[in-house]
Design a protein around this ligand. Structure first.
Ligand code: UD1
Length: 435
C-alpha cells in the first residue's frame, strides 16, 4: 500500500461518543513514536539507497510526510507498521505550501535536501493554534553551515555549495528546539568537517534520529546531551531500523488510568523516557511499577492536585500538558500548570470549562480547581494533544461527551480509542450517516 494523505471528509465529520468509564483493566501496547518517525523519514533522503523503518504508526502526519517525500521523487510504501522509503535518484527540492501547511514537521526536509542537492525551497510553515512557532533556529543553523537563505513569496529559498561544518548555538527564547537540532544534525552528516551543536535538544526522538543516522554511516557523538558533535562523511547508506515507543501515547494512557482509576499494564514502553510523568503521577497518588519494557499503572479514588511546569526533556513534556490538565480538573485541590515551551498552548481550557471544569488562565499558567465530576457535553478538539485531553475528560465525566474534530486526534494517535476500549472504556465512533 502506498502512503497517501488520509484525512477524508468522513474522518472530519465523524464523532466520538464517550461515556463515563472506569475503572480500566487490562493490557495495552504502545505504538512507535510519531515524533521520531517524521524526521527519520526525512533523513532517509540522505542516501539514494532504500531504508526500511519498523514500528511506524499509521497516523495522518506520517502519511503527510510520505506525500512530501513522494513529491520529491521518492517511493514510499507503508505495509502494516513497516515503512519502506526508496529515494532512488530523487531530484525534487521543493516542499510546497499545500503540504507544509498541513504539518510543521515538514520543515525537517530542509537539512537533508541541502546536504544532498545544495539547494532547497521549503514553504514557511506559518503559525498554528498552539501559538507562534518560528523557524529562526532552523535557519540560523543552516546559515552557520554556509547556506545562503532568502525568504521569497512565502518560501525559504536556501542555496549552498558544499556544506561546511561549524559551531552552531541552537538555544532560543523557549529553550532548545527538537526539530532544529534534528535538521542541523542531518545537514551536518554530509558536510565538510566537524559540526558542534550547542544547546542541542536532548529529547529521546533526537537520540533516535541520531541512532538512525549512525546506522546509515554518520559519525555522531553526544546525542542526548546539549552538545552534539557531527563529523561529516562522504556518503550514507540505506538501513533497516526500528522506531522507539511513543512516550506521549504511553503518557496519555497512564493519565487516562489515573483519571478514572483501574489497573492497566502498558507494554512496549521506555520508562526512562517518562521520568517526569511517572514522578508527577506518583505525587498525585498513582501507583506506577516499572517492569521490564512495561509499566503497571494503578489508581483508585480521586487523585491529588500537583503543580506541573512543562520543560524540554527531561522535564514534563508540553505534549502531555493538556491531558494532565484534564486529570487535574478532576483531582482534589488546586493545581498550577505552567507552560514554558509553548506559552499560548491553552486552547483546551475553554472546552474543559464547558464540561464543568474550573480553570483560569493567568499568562503562561493555568490555575485548575479540581471538581468531583465533570459533565458530559458536545466539544470540539482544537488541536492534536487537546483532543486526547478531551477524550480523557469525557471518560471522567457523567453522561455522554460528543467529541468532534477527530482529524486532529488522527494526526498523532493511531488507535487511542481502540486502546482505551480494550481496557474497558466506553467509546463509540459515530459515522456521518449515524448522526
Ligand atoms: C517538536 C514536536 C512537538 C513538541 C515540541 C516540543 C515533532 C514533530 N514535534 O516540535 O510535538 O511539542 O517538539 O517538545 O517532533 N522555537 C523557536 N525558533 C525555532 C524553533 C522553535 O523559537 O526556530 C520555539 C518554539 O516556538 C517553541 C520552542 O522553541 O516555543 C520549542 O519548539 P521545538 O522544540 O522547535 O518544537 P518542534 O521541534 O517544532
Amino acid at each position: 500500500m502506498s502512503v497517501s494523505h488520509s484525512i477524508t471528509s468522513d474522518t472530519v465529520s465523524e464523532k466520538l461518543l464517550i461515556s463515563h468509564s472506569g475503572p480500566l483493566h487490562g493490557t495495552v501496547t504502545v505504538s512507535g513514536a510519531k515524533n521520531s518517525v517524521l524526521p527519520i523519514m526525512a533523513a532517509s533522503l540522505l542516501t539514494n539507497e532504500r531504508s526500511i523503518i519498523g514500528n511506524v504508526p499509521s497516523v495522518t502526519d506520517v502519511h503527510s510526510m510520505g506525500e512530501i517525500l513522494r513529491r520529491l521523487g521518492a517511493e514510499v510504501t507503508l505495509t502494516g507498521d513497516r515503512l519502506v522509503v526508496n529515494p532512488n535518484a530523487y531530484q525534487g527540492t521543493v516542499a510546497s505550501y499545500d503540504l507544509v501547511s498541513r504539518m510543521r514537521a515538514s520543515i525537517c526536509v530542509l537539512g537533508p535536501l541541502l546536504a544532498r542537492h545544495g539547494k532547497a525551497q521549503v514553504s514557511m510553515p506559518g503559525g498554528c493554534v498552539i501559538g507562534p512557532r518560528p523557524i529562526d533556529l532552523h535557519l540560523k543553523g543552516m546559515q552557520a553551515l554556509g547556506v545562503r537563505i532568502t525568504i521569497e513569496h512565502g518560501y525559504v529559498v536556501a542555496v549552498a555549495g558544499k556544506l561546511k561544518g561549524a559551531r552552531v548555538h541552537l538555544g532560543g527564547t523557549f529553550g532548545s528546539s527538537v526539530l532544529a537540532t534534528g535538521n542541523v544534525m542531518m545537514a551536518a552528516t554530509l558536510a565538510e568537517g566537524t559540526t558542534f551543536i550547542e544547546q542541542a535538544a536532548c529529547e529521546p526522538e533526537v537520540i533516535d534520529l541520531a541512532n538512525f543516522l549512525i546506522a546509515m554511516g554518520a559519525r555522531i557523538e553526544g546525542h542526548g546531551s546539549p552538545m552534539i558533535r557531527v563529523e561529516g562523511v562522504e556518503r550514507l547508506h540505506g538501513v533497516e531500523y526500528r522506531i522507539i515507543p511513543d512516550r506521549i501515547e504511553a503518557g496519555t494512557l497512564m493519565i487516562a488510568t489515573a483519571a478514572v482509576g483501574g489497573d492497566v499494564m502498558i507494554e512496549g514502553v521506555r520508562a526512562d523516557h517518562l521520568g517526569a510523568v511517572i514522578d508527577k503521577l506518583s505525587e498525585a497518588g498513582v501507583h506506577i511499577e516499572k517492569l521490564n519494557g512495561s509499566l503497571r499503572v494503578r489508581a483508585s479514588g480521586q487523585t491529588r492536585a500537583v503543580d506541573v511546569t512543562t520543560l524540554p526533556f527531561p522535564g514534563f513534556p508540553t505534549d502531555l500538558q493538556a491531558q494532565m490538565m484534564a486529570l487535574m480538573a478532576v483531582s482534589k485541590g488546586v493545581s498550577i500548570l505552567t507552560e514554558k515551551v509553548y506559552p499560548e498552548r491553552f486552547m483546551h481550557i475553554s472546552e474543559l470549562n464547558r464540561m464543568g471544569a474550573s480553570i483560569m488562565r493567568e499568562g503562561a499558567s493555568a490555575i485548575v480547581k479540581g471538581v468531583e465530576q465533570l459533565s458530559g457535553a458536545p466539544v470540539t478538539a482544537p488541536d492534536l494533544r487537546a483532543s486526547a485531553a478531551l477524550v480523557l475528560a469525557g471518560l471522567a465525566a457523567d453522561n455522554q461527551t460528543e467529541l468532534s474534530g477527530l482529524e486532529h486526534l488522527e494526526r498523532g494517535y493511531q488507535r487511542l480509542e481502540q486502546q482505551l476500549v480494550q481496557v474497558g472504556a466506553k467509546i463509540r465512533r459515530l459515522g456521518q450517516d449515524e448522526q
